[in-house]
Write a protein that binds this ligand. Structure first.
Ligand code: 13P
Length: 340
């Protein structure tokens, strides 16, 4: 295992004033996003959209890495350059989603286990040859009546640790993503309790599987009330609860934490990150690895029209810049109103 390469790539992924773009939507998920702008999802429309994101002028100032999907890592820009090569030339690390999705966990109604370990060693070797320097695996923990069970939390932590060990063997930094969903009607207190249990299980498993913590990036949810909860926590409460939970459960050896946005609005995801980064000295870099919270307004500006590409790239750059400011706590909600 090349510890130094893992460590330097992990540090680059969470470098100050930058964050990761999650552009690894599966074909099913990107279709849902395109449906909203009434655009047909085809091999070419998906390619054109990813080219728009990856070639946005100036994005490398705020984007440290991009998570690609299997189809995307094999696609090329209009000038014929493979996407991983194009990104690397801009100083952006290419990454790859390697899990095969969250599937129903047999015997545990309403719960899931993320699949994709079989053959993973061989797939990692192939992706590394294509330029991938980091990978992503997403475990999904839902909150509801009687769930999550301790068993589902453990099973998902075990899979995350097996994936992480295989990544490091292949000199690929694993993004470790245990996502507690914000879809339910649960309170912020319940989210904190479940996030705490999930992170405890994940770090126990990473230790048992001999994962080198200096060479991972953690991608957690923020501690936040469910979308359907009648009582929504104030931004400062989200920041405080999230930091409290992470301080208790994430070892200082981990170089960085890059949040998922999980269905928060673009402005909320940026504000929460900024407030957390104003909270004084932290043991790790506190960054972003947003999908929807970096892309929503860009998709709306683009709508599949070639004539909108320049405007959409400006929109993307603005979102990336605002999140870059949030890395040092310098973002203010009032900046949303300022001209692009
Ligand atoms: P969201 O920021 O849209 O939650 O996506 C991040 C991600 O990669 C989820 O796996």
């Amino acid at each position: 295992m090349e510890k130094t390469a893992l460590e330097s790539n992990a540090a680059a992924m969470v470098a100050p004033s930058k964050g990761i773009l999650a552009a690894d939507e599966s074909s099913g998920t990107i279709k849902k996003r395109f449906d909203k702008i009434r655009l047909e999802s085809t091999f070419e429309s998906r390619r054109a959209y990813r080219e728009l994101l990856f070639t946005a002028p100036g994005a490398e100032k705020h984007i440290s890495g991009v998570i690609l999907y299997d189809e995307t890592i094999r696609q090329k820009a209009s000038d014929g350059r493979p996407f991983p090569e194009l990104l690397a030339a801009r100083g952006i690390l290419p990454g790859i989603k390697v899990d095969a999705g969250a599937k129903a966990l047999a015997g545990f109604p309403g719960e899931t286990i993320t699949e994709g370990l079989d053959g993973l060693r061989e797939r990692l070797a192939e992706y590394r040859g294509m330029g991938a320097r980091f990978a992503k695996w997403r475990a999904v923990i839902d909150i509801g009546g009687g769930i999550p069970t301790g068993f589902a939390i453990e099973a998902n932590a075990h899979a995350l640790a097996r994936y992480s060990a295989l990544c490091q063997e292949a000199s690929i930094v694993p993004i470790v993503e245990p996502e507690v969903l914000m879809d339910g009607d649960h309170t912020i207190e319940r989210c904190e309790e479940v996030t705490d249990a999930a992170l405890t299980a994940v770090f126990d498993a990473l230790f048992l599987h001999r994962v080198h913590l200096e060479g991972i990036v953690l991608k957690p949810n923020m501690v936040i009330a469910g979308k359907k909860c009648a009582v929504q926590a104030a931004p400062q409460q989200v920041a405080d609860a999230t930091l409290r939970c992470l301080r208790r459960r994430v070892p200082a050896a981990v170089p960085g934490i890059a949040f998922l946005s999980g269905g928060q609005s673009e402005a909320d995801a940026t504000l929460h990150l900024s407030l957390m980064n104003r909270g004084g000295k932290l043991p790790w870099q506190l960054s972003f690895s947003y999908g929807r919270a970096l892309q929503q307004s860009t998709l709306d500006a683009w709508r599949g029209e070639a004539s909108n590409v320049t405007a959409a790239q400006k929109t993307f750059l603005r979102r990336a810049r605002l999140n870059g400011l949030a890395r040092s706590g310098a973002y203010e909600a009032a900046m949303e109103q300022a001209a692009a």
